[in-house]
Ligand binder design. Structure first.
Ligand code: GFB
Length: 312
């Protein structure tokens, strides 16, 4: 990927897309193609086709998606299915029609069966039932990776797909109802500390295990894959290979935010899948691994979060 190549980052204002823009710019890629939803609506087939015809990008990072935590996935089921299917189909098809040299599609670790053997290997896809709370999102993401696989098989295009684990970092969504656990708890602890409250509510039982990756590591890994991983009909996991229980995550956040009170677990909220740890041996064999540990990544994110609050 030449530093002058025209690189379209779809979803450049989101958690992943904005990290990609930071990483690409810091690595000397100066010809980035960025469009807001108002400028190019990725749900609109004609708008996407016209955009690709006019701009003819060389490389595409497909990081645009409708995303959210366990409750958002379970509430906006139709939107998660429809919007993610449309984004994947419109962008991947247009990339094929307009001779994009290489495309990288972003999926999710929730594509794998709910009770998958751990750590989860790429070949475990479609070997069991999905977690019901995020089945619509997972189906759309499976469709996206299958589009990459089958456009490659039929047309020979170099479209690859990466399946990231749970992510966090700068520009995350901190909405209390719809966000993922890490930003939600960071905000809850921060606000409880400011208001002098004695408890913070953690959803579910606290026993589920999750793997968390700092989004700037992910961005570096995605650029690595774009440069070094060509299509072999296989998508690839991207994660840290380390897991933590939701209870231990909450305790770490409590400590780093400096909240003195107690945790209360709300069993009326869903736990989601019991365990979700990626097997990242294929990625490690290629020569890349994540470098930011959870404590450091959370501290960085919390610094940014506090700065945003001060500015607001
Ligand atoms: O991050 P999260 O919403 O997504 O929840 P998933 C992870 C775990 O944290 C669940 C618990 O067991 C939640 O019950 N949790 C505790 C909380 N307190 C909170 C809270 O305040 N907010 C949230 N959101 N959770 C998502 C999928 O699953 O993972 C998506 O729904 C996507 O499709 C994403 O794949 C990576 O890890 O359960």
């Amino acid at each position: 990927m030449d530093t002058q190549a025209k690189i379209y980052v779809a979803g450049h204002r989101g958690l992943v897309g904005s990290a990609l823009v930071r990483a690409l710019q810091s690595q000397g890629y100066g010809n980035l193609l960025l469009r807001t939803r108002d400028q190019v609506d990725l749900l609109n087939q004609v708008a996407v086709a016209d955009f690709f015809a006019a701009e003819k990008p060389d490389y595409v990072f497909l990081a645009a998606a409708k995303v959210g935590g366990v409750q958002a996935n379970n509430t906006y089921r139709a939107e998660f299915l429809y919007e993610n299917l449309m984004i994947a189909a419109n962008v991947i098809h247009s990339a094929y029609q307009h001779d994009v040299s290489k495309l990288l599609f972003l999926g999710s670790s929730c594509i794998y069966p709910k009770l998958c053997p751990q750590p989860i290997r790429e070949q475990d896809l479609l070997t069991g039932f999905l977690e019901p709370t995020n089945e619509p999102y997972a189906i759309a993401k499976i469709a996206g990776l299958k589009l990459c696989e089958n456009y490659h098989r039929q047309y020979g295009v170099n479209f690859i797909a990466a399946m990231p684990t749970n992510l966090y970092g700068i520009n995350d969504n901190f909405d209390l109802a719809n966000s993922h656990v890490l930003p939600a708890l960071m905000r809850k602890f921060h606000e409880a500390k400011q208001r002098g409250e004695s408890t913070v509510t953690v959803w579910g039982t606290g026993t589920p295990l999750r793997e968390f990756m700092y989004v700037d590591d992910l961005a570096d890994g995605l650029i690595f894959l774009m440069r070094h991983y060509d299509h072999t009909a296989d998508f690839i996991n991207i994660g840290t290979g380390e897991e933590v229980s939701i209870q231990d995550l909450a305790l770490l956040l409590k400590e780093l935010v400096g909240f003195q009170g107690d945790l209360v677990f709300d069993g009326s909220k869903p736990d989601g899948t019991p365990r979700k740890l990626m097997d990242v041996s294929r990625l490690h064999q290629l020569g890349w691994q994540a470098k930011t540990d959870l404590r450091t990544g959370i501290a960085e994110t919390y610094r940014w979060f506090q700065q945003q609050h001060r500015d607001a």
